[in-house]
Design a protein around this ligand. Structure first.
Ligand code: XIL
Length: 507
């Protein structure tokens, strides 16, 4: 017993310490100029030279341009976010503006980004900080430059690169959500373009999920080619040009990995270029007529469906045709350009258009949030009841962006029951549950809420096609400051993950 106590006493501070450093980023590089320039070199057209000093700093002299700088190659991994800091001192001007930057290249073609800047007063060591998420490049040089002191010599010390260490679970080491729910419904997530750069992350997603929604890249602000549409509008106001550059890599990933895609979204009051609603695709000109807007939507949807069917047949299995049309306060159609220009039947017309152009078998959804709030729920039900007889809607998507303290799981259960009564197919399109902090208690409450939601959904497995979380790791969530997802910022499964795997364990 005494031995055990001793062990606990020895281990306890150690455990605390380990915990403390787990919260910190890992230091990947820290400059050390005590025995040489540590891989740093002078970037210049000639003339600039580096020299290490006795007190462990690196000095540059002989500069004649702002970009003449101490620089060093770093092997950065695409898609990983790095935190950077450096201390700078100069003695030539009362003050000077400094930046640190990255020169990145792909296939020898170099381009630049400024990552952080600060004003450095004479003879005062000043810290510059910044962050950088490594893009699609094959070489990265980090360097410290000036913006208003092209010939000033200066010194740097303590250049640091840190990063949160993401450790994704290897396949088979934790259960895969798509397998856990196989035979009941698909399990998926939202994925955005920048996540693709991290191959480990994407391999992990493929091991967990069998359906995904591009988080932004299929919204009208990505898909509508405003410039080209405006060109076409000179001879045909109803034309709508589309482009797929941002979503293509996501579709390729889905196709290669056999992951289904849910399209999000065709008609929405947000993330839609204002130009869509104006003559000549010019926001300065008057609004178009109902006929023109519907004809534009028809062309827009037709062009999307044709492209997808030709290039990614069978990959996009369903669509949010209209998103968030109901107003929270009144339960009526919310004010939007769609309502103003087309009128009250715009939702029905959008579904009619989508049905006309979508490949056979594509399922068409109306998607909204706050379904558990009564007034909104009534509005949604009224809308669905108007749409159902026309035969163009297949289902309802619950966004389910919740907070651990609102709404109650009773309200959620009741709303699912009421919508299910319409007989429509169901999907949970954007599930996340925010919590105030990362405490054990908040994690446990969050887990319980996820468990209760999954328990409710289980009852509707015959009607429910998919459950999708809106992101995977907390750090990349659209509500990152409230830790709403199943994996933490280091990709470790949270209690919420285990609650989804086995709801009975967390109720
Ligand atoms: C969010 C994205 O996650 C963010 O990256 C973007 O800045 C804003 O939109 N309801 C929706 C989603 O239907 O499209 C929204 O996605 C979240 C709320």
């Amino acid at each position: 017993m005494r031995k055990l106590l001793l062990l606990v006493l020895i281990l306890f501070p150690l455990l605390l310490f380990t915990n403390a450093i787990c919260e910190e980023n890992a230091v990947l590089y820290q400059s050390d100029f005590s025995s040489g320039s540590d891989g740093w070199y002078a970037r210049s057209t000639g003339g600039a030279r580096l020299k290490t000093t006795q007190d462990g700093t690196l000095a540059i002299t002989g500069r004649s341009d702002n970009w003449h700088s101490p620089g060093r190659d770093f092997a950065l991994a695409q898609g990983v976010r790095y935190e950077l800091s450096v201390q700078v001192r100069q003695s030539e001007k009362a003050q000077a503006r400094f930046m640190f930057s990255v020169a990145h290249s792909l296939g020898g073609f170099e381009s630049y980004e400024n990552l952080g800047s600060a004003t450095v007063k004479k003879d005062e060591w000043t810290t510059i900080t910044g962050s950088y998420t490594a893009g699609l490049f094959d070489r990265f040089v980090l360097y410290v430059e000036t913006s208003d002191a092209p010939s000033a010599g200066f010194e740097i010390r303590d250049f640091r690169v840190t990063s949160a260490e993401l450790v994704f679970a290897e396949e088979e080491t934790i259960p895969a959500l798509k397998d856990v729910y196989a035979g009941r419904f698909d399990f998926g997530t939202a994925v955005t373009f920048s996540e693709l750069f991290n191959a480990e992350r994407m391999a992990f997603y493929a091991s967990q999920f069998n359906i995904m929604t591009p988080g932004n890249e299929m919204k009208p602000d990505y898909i509508l080619d405003v410039f080209k549409s405006a060109q076409l509008a000179k001879t045909d106001e109803t034309a709508a040009a589309v482009r797929f550059d941002s979503v293509k890599p996501l579709l390729d990933y889905a196709k290669v990995n056999g992951i289904k895609v849910h399209g999000h979204v065709l008609v929405w009051h947000q993330q839609t270029p204002e130009a869509f609603f104006h003559e000549g695709y010019s926001p300065a000109k008057p609004l178009v007529s109902r006929e023109v807007l519907l004809a534009r939507l028809d062309n827009y949807v037709k062009n999307i469906m044709t492209y997808l069917d030709e290039n990614y047949p069978g990959v996009v299995v369903s669509w949010d045709v209209v998103n968030e049309a109901i107003d929270d306060g009144s339960g009526k159609l919310r004010d939007s350009k769609w309502l103003t220009i087309v009128g009250e039947d715009y939702v029905a017309r959008a579904f009619e258009i989508a049905r006309r152009h979508a490949p056979e078998g594509t399922l068409l959804f109306y998607n909204d949030y706050n379904t558990a709030i009564l007034i909104k729920q009534m509005g949604i039900l009224n809308l669905l009841k108007e749409l159902i007889p026309e035969g163009n809607i297949d289902g309802y998507g619950f966004q389910m962006h919740h907070d651990v303290s609102f709404p109650s799981t009773m309200q959620i259960a009741e709303s699912v029951r009421r919508i299910a009564e319409t007989g429509l197919k169901l999907r949970v399109s954007e599930l996340d549950v925010t919590i105030p902090d990362m405490s054990e208690e908040s994690y446990a409450r969050q887990a319980k809420m996820y468990a209760q939601i999954m328990n409710t959904l289980e009852l509707y497995k015959d009607q429910l096609l998919a459950v999708q979380v809106w992101g995977v790791t907390d750090d990349l969530s659209w509500r990152a400051s409230q830790y709403p997802l199943l994996f933490d910022g280091k990709a470790q499964p949270k209690p919420a993950f285990w609650a989804v795997v086995d709801p009975s364990s967390s109720l």
